[in-house]
Structures are given as structure tokens and as C-alpha cells.
Design a binder for this molecule. Structure first.
Ligand code: PTT
Ligand code: SF4
Length: 608
């Protein structure tokens, strides 16, 4: 078989045992890799209803058939597990040398189960696993951890690690790599912490099985050139995702004051244009020729790598009006290993609750000193930080009443940085994303703002499903970065060509779309299994967007219409082949080859 190794390493931390398990070709062809492979493995491996922070949960680290190969922006991998934030399927994508080394280590995935009694890290060289003591690493921030591991093992390795937030099982702790790459928003770092797993060091130098190396070399060379020659290339290299700050403000979608408003008169204090002036370096993921990690010097003179989501959520959303200060909080989040989107949401939610007099301890909008202190305390679950570490959904439930209306999450995952008072398509993208309110599966908002912004049309739902299948299905499973397509317009047709050259099988975009549909539907089945049922109310965006109109700018007075949203959701279900409650129909499961889920689901819900 070409394209995959056909094997995973099953690593049991309780018993310090390792077993090689084979992965059937049908599974690899049907679910591709990365996210698709992860959810397929989780379905079989973890007991239904498992506590995500117990030893019985599994953490999957998966590459895809294109990861870590010499083709554009391929240095990505997926970390996935049952999420301690949402109790459903959770994953994240991370750009790291760990992707290259996993691909060259003889395995498609690591499956990590059990829990160690004492802190450990895994040293994996060409598939041979050593369990090493991490007692001297436990408690260290992610930057220091990585420096120590590099001193111990040299530079030619890939490292994934957690910081104090993961160790203290903050519900939105992430996995960090290379001082500024973060993955696994729904608490993948907390799952590592619950297993007392501080880091994974991986080294591989085996030749991956590629069907037609010469064809791959040619397509790859051509695509790298296309990227470099694109019209948007120079601007992208200068600003990366940071140009979205000015775009979002101009289009009234910039999250401001806990998503109360969509624009902020002080947006220039955190903009991409300002970042360009402060920029001291540029970094990025392996195999990428459009590297977008913009590094600035922060308030205390240390390096911080900025992206749109980080700056919007820790800037306008909490009214912090100084890019160097925002950069300091962002760097702290990376060092502590906590997701910036959920952190900015959780602090913003608390600031609003405090303004409304719903909580005892007062925290003012834009109070930098307080934000700095809360960020550190959250990672260690100290004082107010212990409350904020629980995330928006749990904080809102414990306060109750009106707080539930301004709790900005879907299924427990905090909303990423797009305000949707006036963009129903993006609201539906959040409502139906496979991990909760994340834009990664469908960034329909740019299309929506360019075209018919206020419509709730069928066309928009069709476009959304296409985007979900490409972004959340194809890119997450191949697993490569989607930005060459999204930002500099690399033709999507390159991806089936890469996949055909690597696997020796003939793939079209339509074939990949069928797999994406299968992956989406299996993820939905996973949520139903873990929630012991489903209702369409789970697929609605936060109440604020229906109930609290914008008060500023050209869209003042606007909000979403709930009955029109419900109509869109119905169309969404119909196209996916799910029933009116959002449960996949039996014929859909059979058509997609997901028959194995039927007996499990039939015990829980009535399948139509
Ligand atoms: C991603 C989410 C994003 S999406 C951002 S900024 W973005 C935030 N980044 C964080 C960070 O940084 N530090 C931190 N402590 N928390 C953070 N939380 C937020 O996490 C990232 C890039 C970006 S930058 C984006 S859009 C694209 N995302 C991709 C994706 O999801 N899939 C894919 N196939 N390709 C992608 N390419 C781009 O990658 P999550 P990274 Mg990320 C510092 O992790 O959990 O998926 O959430 O991976 O290597 O850091 O690259 O404006
Ligand atoms: Fe990484 Fe940015 Fe390159 Fe994507 S475009 S691979 S996120 S550096």
C-alpha cells in the first residue's frame, strides 16, 4: 500500500506498554487520515460516555497521507480526543516538525491511552517508544520545556508539549509546539495533562511509501511556484491573518465587548497595519513557502507570534487597546498552553457579568493588569482563575438567568473571532461545526459579506456544506494547511492530484467529498453516542445574536432571525441526509458505509 503505513502505535501509559496495531486499507481509503482517521479510531477505542479526563479516554495524534511530504504547507498533524470542554468530539490542527517526524517514523498515528502515575514524556524514534520521566519538566512553561528537550535530544526532532494549563486540566488547554504553534482548542492539552503526559518527542528518518515520487515532485514544484506567483502573495507575507482585523472592523464583524458589537473605533491600536510596523521576524510551519507567523516584540521585550484570532479575542473583545500588551497576553497563553480564543471569550464573558453586577469580583473592560493576572491564575486554577478555567458554558450555567443569553459558545466551545449579528451563514457554520463554535470548518463569512449578506438562502447552505467538506473534511484529513487555497488561491484540484501521486490510486475532488461527508456524519454519530441523544437545539448559535441587536455602525439595530435560521438548519439537515432533529438517517449511514454505527445509535435514538 502507498500513501499510508497502515499501522498505528497503541501506547498504554498505565502499564507503560506499547503495541503495534494495523489499520485496514478500507479505513484509510474511506477516512483518509488526520481527523477522519482519528474519529474512526475513537469510535472503536473509547467506551461510550467515558469521562474525557479519565484514563479510559484516548488521545490520537494523526498524520494524513499528505502530511510531512515535500508539497505545499504539509507540515501539519491532528490531535484529537473526546473533549473535556464539550464532552463531544474534539480536535485541533498543529503545524510542527512533529508532523514530518511522525510521517517518517513508520506509523500513521499514535493512540495514547491510560494514565501514568508520575509525569512522563514519550521519546519515539522510528517507532520505538521510551517512557521517560518528566518530573523535572512538570510545572515548566512550554517554551522552557521545549528548550530542555532540544538540549537533551538535539534539534532534529519534533516536539508536542503542554504547559501548566494542561497540567491543571484547564478545559481549553491546548497542545503547543515550536513556541507559537497551538492545536486542540477543545482541551486536547487537558487530556494530555490528565494522563500526566508532559510531552511527545518524535524522531523518524524512514522513507514514507509514495507511489509516484517523480509525479509528486513535478506537481509540487508547479504548485509552490503558483503560490509564490499569486497576486495576494506579497500582502499575505506582510500581514498573514492579521489583515483580518481591519477587514472585520470595516464589515462590522469584529468581536467587540463579548460580541456585543461588530466594530471598534480603536481597532487601529491592534491592526495588521500596526503589526507590520512592529514586526521583527516571520516564522511558520514546515514545508511552507508562505509562512504567516508574524513575530513582534511584546510589552516586556519578548517575542510573540500574532494571528487574527488571538489579537481579536484578546484585543477588541475585551477592549485591550495596545498591540504590545495584547502580544504579551498572547505569548503568556502560548507559554502556559491555553487557547487564546476561549481565554478571550471567558474573560470577556466575565467582564460583562461583572458590569451587570452578576458576579462578586469586579473586572473592568480593558484592564490590562487584571487580564494578565487572570491569564496566569487561569492556567494554575487559582482564585478567580479557577472559575474562568471552566469556560463560558459552565460559568454561565453556574450564574444562570440572563448570563445564559450572552454566553458565546456552541456545544461548550467558545465562538472564534467573527461576530454574526448580520451574517446568518457564518452563524450556521458555527452552529453545525463538528467541534463546536470554530471557524476552521467553514469560513463562509468572507463569501457572505461579498455577496448577499443578509440572506438565509438554500444557495448559502449549499456553499457552507461545500466549505465544510473541503476545509473540515479534506484539509483536516489529508492533513495539510488550507491557507494556500484560502488565502492565495491555489487551485483545489491540486489536492486530488497530490493524493493520487502519493497513493497510486485515482482520486477526484468528488471522491474526497464523499469521504468528507462520511467523516462529518461519523462525527455527528459520535456526538449522539456521547450525549445519549440529540436535539436540533444543539445546532443553534448563541442567543445574543438573536436577542441583543448591534447598537453601533451601519448595522445598528440588526440581529439574526430565529425562524429563518431554523429554516436554514432544516435545509442543512436535508442536504446532509439527517432527520429534522439532526440525527443521520439510516439510509445515509448505509450509503456512507457507516453501518457499524447503526446498532449503537438505535439503542439511543429512533433512526428514520
Ligand atoms: C486554531 C485556532 C486559531 S485559528 C488561532 S489563530 W488562526 C489561535 N491560535 C492560537 C495560538 O497561536 N496560541 C494559543 N495559545 N492559542 C491559540 N488558539 C487559536 O487556535 C495556525 C494557522 C491558523 S492561524 C489558521 S486560522 C489555520 N488553521 C488551520 C486549520 O485549522 N486546519 C488546517 N488544515 N490548516 C490550518 N491552517 C492555519 O493554521 P486549532 P497552527 Mg492551530 C499561537 O489549532 O485547535 O485548530 O485552533 O495550528 O500550527 O498554530 O497554525 O487566525
Ligand atoms: Fe503554517 Fe501559515 Fe504556512 Fe499555513 S500558511 S503552513 S499556518 S505558516
Amino acid at each position: 500500500m502507498y500513501g499510508w503505513w497502515g499501522k498505528a502505535l497503541l501506547i498504554d501509559l498505565t502499564k507503560s506498554k506499547v503495541k503495534e496495531v494495523s489499520i485496514e486499507p478500507d479505513i484509510l481509503h474511506g477516512f483518509i487520515g488526520g481527523r477522519g482517521l482519528a474519529v474512526r479510531l475513537l469510535w472503536d477505542l473509547i467506551p461510550p460516555g467515558v469521562d474525557p479526563l479519565s484514563p479510559y479516554n484516548a488521545l490520537i495524534v494523526a498524520s494524513g497521507p499528505l502530511s510531512g511530504l515535500p508539497l505545499p504547507s504539509s507540515g501539519k498533524l491532528v490531535v484529537a480526543s473526546k473533549s473535556p470542554l464539550t464532552n463531544g468530539y474534539g480536535d485541533g490542527n498543529i503545524g510542527s516538525m512533529a508532523s514530518h517526524h511522525l510521517k517518517h517514523s513508520g506509523y500513521d498515528a499514535l493512540i495514547i491511552t491510560g494514565a501514568s502515575k508520575k509525569p512522563v514524556y514519550l521519546y519515539i524514534e522510528n517507532g520505538k517508544v521510551d517512557f521517560r520521566s518528566a518530573e523535572d519538566l512538570w510545572g515548566l512553561d512550554t517554551f522552557t520545556t521545549e528548550e530542555k528537550l532540544v538540549r537533551e535530544h538535539g534539534r532534529n526532532i519534533g516536539i508536542l508539549e503542554i504547559g501548566p494549563a494542561g497540567e491543571h486540566m484547564v478545559r481549553y488547554a491546548t497542545v503547543i509546539s515550536q513556541k507559537g504553534r497551538s492545536g486542540g482548542r477543545p482541551g486536547m492539552g487537558a487530556v494530555m495533562g490528565s494522563k500526566k503526559l508532559k510531552a511527545i518527542v518524535i524522531k523518524g528518518n524512514m522513507e514514507p511509501p509514495i507511489a509516484d515520487k517523480e509525479a509528486l515532485r513535478k506537481i509540487s514544484e508547479e504548485s509552490y511556484k503558483k503560490i509564490q506567483g499569486s497576486d495576494n502573495y506579497d500582502y499575505w507575507i506582510r500581514q498573514g491573518t492579521m489583515s483580518t482585523i481591519q477587514w472585520s472592523h470595516q464589515n462590522s464583524v469584529l468581536p467587540t465587548m463579548n460580541f456585543r458589537e461588530g466594530m471598534w473605533e480603536l481597532y487601529e491600536t491592534i491592526s495588521g497595519d500596526l503589526m507590520e510596523k512592529l514586526k521583527i521576524d516571520r516564522r511558520g510551519c514546515p514545508y511552507c513557502n508562505m509562512q504567516c507567523g508574524n513575530v513582534v516584540s511584546d510589552d516586556v521585550g519578548e517575542e510573540s507570534e500574532l494571528d487574527y484570532e488571538n489579537v481579536a479575542m484578546l484585543g477588541s473583545n475585551i477592549l485591550l487597546e495596545n498591540l504590545k500588551r495584547v502580544a504579551e497576553i498572547n505569548k503568556l497563553a502560548d507559554k502556559l498552553g491555553v487557547d487564546t480564543i476561549s481565554l478571550g471569550n471567558s474573560i470577556g464573558f466575565y467582564m460583562e457579568a461583572s458590569e451587570r453586577g452578576l458576579v462578586k469580583e469586579r473586572v473592568e473592560w480593558g484592564d490590562f493588569k487584571a487580564v494578565r493576572e487572570i491569564t496566569i491564575d487561569t492556567a494554575y486554577r487559582r482564585g478567580l482563575g479557577a472559575f474562568i478555567a471552566e469556560g463560558v458554558m459552565r460559568m454561565a450555567r453556574s450564574i444562570g438567568g440572563e448570563a445564559l443569553d450572552f454566553a458565546m459558545h456552541v456545544k461548550g466551545l467558545e465562538v472564534s473571532a467573527y461576530n454574526c449579528h448580520t451574517t446568518p451563514g457564518m452563524a450556521l457554520a458555527y452552529g453545525t461545526s463538528s467541534i463546536g463554535a470554530h471557524h476552521k470548518d467553514a469560513w463562509i463569512i468572507s463569501y457572505e459579506v461579498r455577496t448577499d449578506r443578509s440572506s438565509y438562502s438554500r444557495d448559502k447552505v449549499e456553499r457552507l456544506i461545500f466549505l465544510q467538506n473541503m476545509r473540515g473534511g479534506m484539509f483536516e484529513s489529508l492533513t495539510t494547511c488550507r491557507l494556500p487555497w484560502v488565502e492565495v488561491g491555489l487551485d483545489l484540484e491540486y489536492y486530488p492530484r497530490f493524493l493520487s501521486a502519493v497513493t497510486g490510486l485515482k482520486w477526484s475532488l468528488d471522491d474526497i467529498s464523499v469521504s468528507a461527508n462520511r467523516i462529518y456524519t461519523l462525527i455527528r454519530a459520535f456526538w449522539i453516542r456521547e450525549y445519549m441523544g440529540w436535539s436540533s437545539s444543539m445546532d443553534y448559535p448563541p442567543t445574543r445574536w438573536f436577542k441583543h441587536p448591534l447598537t453601533k455602525g451601519p448595522y445598528a439595530g440588526s440581529h439574526l432571525d430565529i425562524s429563518k435560521y431554523s429554516e436554514m438548519l432544516k435545509i442543512y439537515y436535508e442536504i446532509r441526509g439527517w432527520d429534522e432533529n439532526g440525527v443521520p438517517k439510516k439510509e445515509t449511514l448505509i450509503k456512507l458505509g457507516l453501518d457499524f454505527t447503526i446498532p449503537v445509535l438505535e439503542d439511543i435514538v429512533k433512526l428514520r
